[in-house]
Design a protein around this ligand. Structure first.
Ligand code: 5GP
Ligand code: ZN
Length: 133
């Protein structure tokens, strides 16, 4: 398969590996948004989070809890953003499930997504369409 993360997992492409177990691998992002930017990937190829079995997704979140404090400590950050881009419209470029841990520093200049105006009626219309209650 022509997947860059599968090649990294297979050892065909080098990476700065920081964690590995039976299910997951983690390494530093080669184009970091901030120092310590870390990617956690399942070893098995799944296209995105929604295609990823629940037990693998659970392991991914447990690994975030392990690795985010270590990434922050490594670079002296005080917070982090967790990102899981899903679908090309979201900015997903590598179609192999991965979580981004992006360490954050006060005043580091990274901007949050802008908000949009929405009416109460539209909020409720959307909520009604997606409810599983
Ligand atoms: P996406 O936009 O798909 O959520 O994020 C893919 C991420 O993978 C990007 O942040 C990009 O910098 C990173 N990336 C792409 N190719 C490589 C690579 O060969 N090595 C490493 N370490 N990261 C990569
Ligand atoms: Zn893959």
């Amino acid at each position: 398969m022509n997947c860059i993360f599968c090649k990294i997992i297979a050892g065909e492409i080098p990476c700065n590996k920081v964690y590995e177990d039976d299910v997951l691998m983690a390494f530093l992002d080669i184009h970091p948004n901030n120092s310590g930017h870390t990617l956690i990937v399942p070893k098995e190829h799944f296209e995105n989070l929604l295609e990823t079995p629940a037990h693998v997704a659970e392991a991914l979140m447990v690994a975030v809890q392990l690795l985010a404090p270590r990434a922050m400590a490594a670079v002296g950050a005080t917070g982090f953003n967790l990102g899981v881009n899903t679908g090309s419209s979201s900015g997903q470029v590598v179609m192999h499930t991965h979580a981004h841990i992006i360490p954050r520093f006060e005043g580091d200049g990274l901007v949050h997504w802008p908000t949009k105006e929405i009416s109460a009626e539209m909020l409720e219309e959307i909520a009604e369409k997606m409810r599983v209650l």
